[in-house]
Design a protein around this ligand. Structure first.
Ligand SMILES: NC(=O)c1ccc[n+]([C@@H]2O[C@H](COP(=O)([O-])OP(=O)(O)OC[C@H]3O[C@@H](n4cnc5c(N)ncnc54)[C@H](OP(=O)(O)O)[C@@H]3O)[C@@H](O)[C@H]2O)c1
Length: 304
């Protein structure tokens, strides 16, 4: 049955693909965006744009809340940290207030979060087989941000039949996200292991992410869901796989202090990581097209 869907972050790297899928499936999509003209250019009349919640007086079946300033876009100054929090937590609170005031009752709320929830770890050994949805949150700025974002999301529980919190790993796809930053240095043969190379990258191919969202919308899963491939890799394994796929050497490592100089506190995203296991998706029988990093990178490279 066709749904009426409200999405924040629908203009982003992930959001655009989800909106494309929903439009193809015949759903009615409204994107809450600061750039309504861009939405009109991108989708023509097939998608509605709203730059103010006050103008939204229809009933929505699904709410999908992905908006937020880019975690890895700028150094984490005190001001930037505030922007990262405001663009997620304050925006989610505004959405909650609007939903209460307009007496929404959603079938499904999909709310953004990230695997940073589990904290950043340099040492893979301490992480055992990986963090599952039952694991506790970690320490550090990114973890606290995810935790606070999820706390607001839980306030939607009373306003929906089912709340799913998307603890998203690093999404790998064409022309966006982490790979867009790595593509040029790797294609110039400047790619290399970062720091010790033992830090773990929990990733997911964009196509599997889209399919997992579709799967979750049809399923009865509620609560936190780790949106990652079941086969996380170390930075060393990832670097080697990307170099192989691009037929480029990856000999010279990038020392940890260089990453720290370049990225400040944000370097924890590069120098540390977390081994995450998508227990919910696996136990519900979700089948990945790209569980293996080589398969994922080969497919992305072929269509870049
Ligand atoms: N990509 C990944 O690998 C990854 C991994 C883990 C978690 N996530 C999370 O998943 C969500 C979507 O990721 P993405 O890669 O698609 O992000 P993205 O490409 O950076 O897009 C983020 C969206 O958030 C909106 N936004 C940004 N700053 C905002 C602000 N100050 N106020 C209101 N809206 C703002 C933008 O919408 P408008 O410009 O239209 O207003 C934009 O479309 C993000 O919250 C991200 O943190 C992503």
């Amino acid at each position: 049955m066709n749904k009426t869907i409200l999405i924040t972050g629908g203009t982003g790297f992930i959001g655009q693909r989800l909106v494309d899928d929903w439009v193809t499936e015949g759903h009615h999509v409204v994107i809450y965006s600061r750039r309504p003209d861009w939405v009109k250019r991108r989708w023509g009349g097939r998608v509605e744009a709203a730059s103010s919640l006050a103008t939204l007086n229809q009933r929505f079946d699904w709410l999908v809340n992905l908006a937020g300033e880019g975690i890895a876009d700028k150094r984490w100054s005190a001001k930037r940290k505030q922007q990262l929090r405001q663009s997620r937590i304050d925006l989610s609170r505004d959405l909650l207030q609007w939903a209460q005031d307009s007496q929404q009752h959603f079938d499904l709320v999909l709310s953004g979060s990230a695997i940073g929830f589990y904290g950043s770890h340099m040492d893979d050994e301490q992480q055992g087989t990986g963090f599952t949805e039952q694991s506790a949150n970690g320490a550090g700025f990114a973890s606290q941000l995810c935790r606070d974002w999820e706390t607001v999301a839980h306030e939607f529980d009373d306003l929906c039949e089912r709340l799913v919190i998307l603890r998203t790993g690093v999404v790998l796809g064409q022309h966006g996200g982490m790979l867009a930053r790595l593509w040029l240095p790797f294609s110039l043969a400047l790619g290399g292991v970062i720091g010790s190379g033992n830090q773990v990258l929990s990733w997911i191919h964009m196509d599997d992410y889209r399919r997992a969202i579709h799967f979750l919308s049809k399923n009865s899963v509620a609560g936190a869901v780790n949106m990652t491939s079941p086969q996380a890799v170390t930075n060393r394994q990832f670097t080697k796989a990307l170099g192989q796929v691009m037929s480029r050497p990856t000999i010279a490592p990038m020392p940890g202090f260089a990453a720290e100089l370049l990225f400040g506190e944000m370097s924890e995203l590069l120098l540390e990581g977390q081994r995450v296991l998508p227990q919910q998706l696996l136990s519900q029988g979700f089948v990945y097209d790209y569980a293996d990093i080589h398969d994922a990178l080969r497919e992305i490279h072929a269509h870049w």
